[in-house]
Design a protein around this ligand. Sequence first.
Ligand code: GLV
Ligand code: MG
Length: 312
Amino acid sequence: MRSRRSCLAVPGSNPRFLEKAQTLPADEVFLDLEDSVAPLAKEEARKNIVSALREGDWSGKVRVVRVNDLTTQWTYRDVIEVVEGAGEFLDCVMLPKVQDPTQVIWLDTLLTQIERTMGFEAGRIGIEAQIENARGLVNADAIAGSSPRLETLVFGPADFMASINMRTLVVGEQPPGYTEGDAYHYILMRLLMAARTHDLQVIDGPYLQIKDVEGYRRVARRAAALGFDGKWVLHPSQVEAANEVFSPSQDDFDHAELILEAYEYYTTVERRGAVMLGDEMIDEASRKMALVVSAKGRAAGMTRTTTFTPGA
Ligand code: GLV
Ligand code: MG
């Protein structure tokens, strides 16, 4: 499992940001050709991205390039130029504003052709699909199942709010006048269900008030609590917050590891299925919950601080 707690947006038109991003402790970087790059700067940005991927030090990070969406004239050249130029140094292509499965299939086919032409390993480059409007959300299940290359669904709240006419200009915050519940709940849950149905990760999008780190944490915690794997970060100040919010706490990680070890011991050595661990009854379902927390913690590089003693 790739850790994607913090996914850093880096405008491809800005060589200084492309340098700086390499020094930040983000789990993923996505070098952008889409909305953070002006139309007249797109060609230059493709070149910057190819050299940054080839020459930069991105070790420990998932390397992603976001191309332009399929309603523009840029997408095919984005993919061909970047993947032919730096395909060996790239983990995923992010396709924004995905509306139906055929768009992902188009990208999958193009990647396959480029891999063959260039002699790259077949099928290694993954796809991240951004869901950013009502049509994309309604088709989320079909999109999530449309290609074995898919690794994540990604929520694009800014475009999404605009597309449904939600009355807010502050991305991630509740629209004024809506006092009951969470206006984003349905969308987040819908994406989570579609992603998990196909064993994909699911990532929350940006929080644009970059000075308000507490606001970032509040919004990130909501997505993390539901089960999201990570969130975009637009600024160095958000990276640490994302890594913290989307990692299990040390207590939860230790507890999960303890459950796994205890359950293994009781079910094999003692051949018992439902057993007591301290005051808690654990069974096969507890093991599954513990596996999730343990996998997230391990992917984040955590180590346990407790040991299991049978019968204790
Ligand atoms: C991101 O692309 C967004 O639209 O929020
Ligand atoms: Mg967007």
